[in-house]
Ligand binder design. Structure first.
Ligand code: TRP
Length: 384
């Protein structure tokens, strides 16, 4: 959706996002307190992303939970457009999906859309660029710890041929007027992009039960189309759980952008870079001088270091509460708050990269040799 104050589409997020308004205009639902509690009971203490409503909106999440309780189960689907190195804003969705996999014992399909990122003209990526970033991004995604026998990585340029018969069935049901209305396609849009939505819908139809999609809310337009056509093809309407965007370092507007490296922290930034970016770039809700800060206190709502702790880096509610109160009262200074975040980020990145190194030898399991991957490559899509 687009308006003067903010824009949220699968290709652009700018301005100060009004999430309540997105829920209204996209026609999704807020996660109610009851639904959040049901989910938290299954997810346990690690469910802070739900408790704090970082995942704040949904479609049919209640039905997915009912399917789980009834024993039919559901499966998970998420993805990544390999357009460049991944930063912290990209990775929380995968840690969350991995948590869902552990707790619900589900299959996970992860789509790597190297086709989409090649086709997006504005990105100006060569085919080989997208292949390179696909390889790199997969390692970061696998570092989050998915189960190799229950997870399948769909790299589009590799899997699309095998699954083409099902993609055709999807494509036949999506007409130009619909994609124009949903995505704003015009006569200038290349025909690859016009076809691409059929490919992003494919993974949601890989099993004959409900698919639950954890993703940032900008991807919802695809699920709207999926829900229009799935039942007609004999499948389930996709359920979705939508997250907010982690704000860029530079302020609580827009989302982190790979084209502005100073607004984000990359998963391969070294300690010095992390320290420098947080100290020099992170927008502070503190006062101009220490004296004023002690007297007036800081504003955690606009303070990016605080928001990053809230949205990802400090799972412990009590610790977070103390930081918020100390900051607000002026006991905690801006520099001290930044130091808390810096330590958290550096620690997290060290652990992440250790797991990333270990993932190098496992990629083939997720693409070909693990139990779920083998099953997918053996599926005869002509006969579905
Ligand atoms: N289009 C997404 C992007 O640009 C990638 C993607 C494909 C995706 N399938 C998905 C993201 C499912 C979330 C869920 O990053």
């Amino acid at each position: 959706m687009t308006d003067k104050k903010f824009v949220v589409t699968p290709w652009e997020v700018t301005g100060r996002v009004d999430y309540d308004r997105l829920v209204r205009e996209f026609g999704t639902q807020h996660i109610s307190p009851e639904l959040a509690t049901r989910l938290e009971e299954i997810l346990g203490p690690a469910s802070y992303l739900v408790r704090r409503r970082i995942f704040f909106s949904h479609r049919d999440l209640d039905l997915a939970l009912r399917d789980y309780e009834k024993g039919r189960g559901f499966f998970l689907y998420t993805g990544r457009g390999p357009s460049g190195p991944m930063h912290i804003g990209h990775i929380s969705q995968f840690y969350f999906t991995k948590l869902l996999q552990d707790k619900f014992k589900t299959n996970v399909y992860i789509q790597i859309t190297d086709d989409e990122k090649f086709l997006e003209v504005k990105r100006n990526l060569s085919y080989m660029d997208t292949q390179h970033w696909a390889e790199e991004n997969m390692l970061d995604i696998l570092a989050t710890g998915f189960d190799p026998d229950r997870t399948f990585i769909i790299q589009d340029t590799e899997f699309v041929g095998h699954s083409y018969p099902l993609i055709l069935k999807i494509a036949k049901r999506i007409n130009y007027n619909l994609t124009k209305a949903v995505f704003g396609f015009t006569g200038e849009t290349n025909v690859g992009m016009l076809f691409y939505p059929s490919i992003q819908i494919l993974p949601s139809l890989l099993e004959k039960r409900r698919c639950l999609i954890p993703a940032a809310i900008d991807q919802d337009p695809y699920w709207r189309i999926q829900r229009d056509i799935a039942e007609g093809l004999g499948y389930f309407k996709a359920a979705a759980i939508h997250s907010k965007f982690l704000p860029p370092l530079t302020g609580t507007q827009d989302k982190m952008s790979s084209s502005k490296p100073e607004t984000a922290i990359y998963l391969n930034d070294d300690d010095k870079t992390v320290r420098r970016k947080i100290n020099k770039r992170a927008f502070s809700g503190g006062q101009a001088t220490v004296e004023e800060h002690r007297r007036l206190g800081g504003n955690p709502d606009t303070d990016v270091p605080f928001q990053w702790l809230y949205m990802f880096f400090e799972p412990d509610d009590q610790k977070l509460h103390k930081i918020r109160e100390d900051y607000r009262s002026g006991r905690l200074l801006t520099g001290e708050l930044k130091e808390i975040l810096t330590e958290k980020v550096i620690g997290f990145l060290h652990e992440h990269r250790k797991r990333r190194d270990e993932a190098v030898n496992k990629v083939r399991l997720f693409k070909h040799d693990g139990a779920l991957s083998q099953k997918m490559w053996k599926t005869d899509f002509e006969k579905l």
